[in-house]
Design a protein around this ligand. Structure first.
Ligand code: ADP
Length: 190
């Protein structure tokens, strides 16, 4: 059976992590979040974690080679997965191209890219709310949040065209209750 490989796409605070939790359970997928993987490196105080933290604290992207390497390792560690949900990856064109290359070598392409659409003011409100409880320092400072959104618009949002050109782009309204948004995703998966 062909693998269910999905990209869950959207700006910071769009709900990618939350929706991934529902989807991995429902479809038996492996969740690959580069943000979570980077935070694990920081927690373990690795060299990579130290380098990444500086950039993450400013709301800037970590280098392509680092995140591509992390994704490659995780995919190698889960060769028998039914499929992957890529969350927060790819974030640049170089990452999207590297991912396509890795997947086409295995003949297991991305099936669809779901873009959660949420207006900027709602994103800032959600992230500041999360920052109050999550312990994520990049969610506590409004200037850092706005910088992450700018980085998204400049480097990541153009990937909509990358996936649209492949006929894989699907826009999902990301405003509503968690359950409503899950339902929209499930319907889109079909
Ligand atoms: P959010 O989507 O809420 O910003 P993430 O956990 O996905 O949260 O990302 C947190 C930070 O980790 C980003 O601001 C960025 O610095 C870094 N990061 C995560 N994924 C990537 C990636 N694919 N490429 C570059 N940097 C990344």
């Amino acid at each position: 059976m062909s693998k269910l490989n999905f990209v869950l796409f959207g700006p910071p605070g769009a709900g990618k992590g939350t929706q991934s939790t529902f989807l991995i359970e429902r479809y038996g997928l492996i969740h690959l979040s580069t943000g979570d993987l980077l935070r694990a490196e920081i927690k373990a105080e690795t060299e990579l974690g130290l380098q990444a933290q500086e950039l993450m604290d400013k709301g800037e992207l970590v280098g392509d080679a680092i995140v591509i390497g992390m994704i490659r390792n995780m995919m190698e560690a889960h060769l028998d997965a039914k499929g992957f949900i890529f969350d927060g990856f790819p974030r640049t064109r170089a990452q999207a191209e590297a991912l396509d290359e890795m997947l086409s070598a295995k003949n297991e392409p991305i099936v669809a890219m779901f873009a959660l659409e949420v207006p900027e003011e709602e994103l800032v409100k959600r992230l500041l709310g999360r920052g109050a409880t999550s312990g994520r320092s990049d969610d506590r400072d409004e200037a850092v949040i706005r910088n992450r959104i700018r980085e998204y618009e400049k480097k990541t949002a153009p990937l909509k065209d990358f996936y649209s050109d492949q006929g894989k782009f699907k826009s999902i309204d990301g405003v509503g209750t968690m359950a409503q948004i899950t339902e929209r995703l499930v319907k889109a998966i079909g």
